[in-house]
Ligand binder design. Sequence first.
Ligand code: GLP
Length: 256
Amino acid sequence: MQIVIRPDRNTACATAASLIASQLNTKPASVLGLATGRTMESVYDALVDLHEAGAVGFSAATSFNLDEYLAIAPDDPRSYRSTMDRLLFDRNDIDLARTHVPHGSGPGSGGAAYEALIRDAGGIDLQLLGIGENGHIGFNEPLSSFASRTREVTLAPATRRQNAALFDGDEDAVPKRAITMGIATVLEARRILLVVTGRAKAGILARAVEGPVTAMIGATALHFHPDCLVVADEDAAGNLAEREYYDAMAAGSQEP
Ligand code: GLP
C-alpha cells in the first residue's frame, strides 16, 4: 500500500482523476471499476474537466460499478445507475452499453451474472474506491468475508444514517438492502485507488491503514492487494501515526 496526501479535497480528487486518465491514456480499452458517494462527485467533476480539455477519452472503455441499492428502480434519481449517468456517463464519450451497475432484479441480474460480465470483459484494470465511515468498501459492511463475491447484503444502520443526506435526510427512506461486489471481487482488480477526503474520515482511515486487519473493517483487506494507492487530503490524513514515513515514501517514489 502506498499513501499520497494532498493539501485539500480538490487537489486529492484532481490527483485521483489524473491517475484514472493516465490509465485510460495507457490503455484506452481499460476496464474501470467505479464507485459512488460524495467523494466521487469531485473525482468525476475533475475527470469531466480533463475530458473537456481533450486530455482523456472514454470511447473504448468499459466500466463496472461497485454497488447499487435494491428496491430502487434504475431510473430513480437516487439509484447509483442514475447518479453515475448524471455525474459521469452523460458527460463524456463512454458507450453507455459498456457501463455496468449491478442490479438485483430483471434480465442479467444478480451477483453471479455480474461476476461473469466482469470476467468476460477481461477483469478490472483499475478499481476506484471510497470508504464508508464504518470502513466499508462498496457495501461490504462489517463482517463481510474477505472471500466474498458480488451478492445482496443488508446495510448497516451506520451506513443508512451516513447516506440519508441523499434521501432528503430521511434515514428511513434509505433502502435496507443492496447488491455489492464482494471483497474478493475487488481484490482481483489489477490496481486499486482508494480516495478519502474530509475530517469525518480521519478516524476510519487510520484504522483502515494502520490498524489490525479485521473483517469488521472491510478496507483493511486492501493490505492483501499488491498495488493499492490511497489518495487522501490533509483532513482525512489527520490521524495517521506514521505520516512522516508516508511523506518520505511519496517523495522517494519520485526520485530516480
Ligand atoms: C456509499 C458507497 C461506498 C462509498 C461510500 C462513501 O456507501 N456504497 O462505495 O465508499 O458511500 O461515501 P461518501 O464519499 O459519501 O462518504
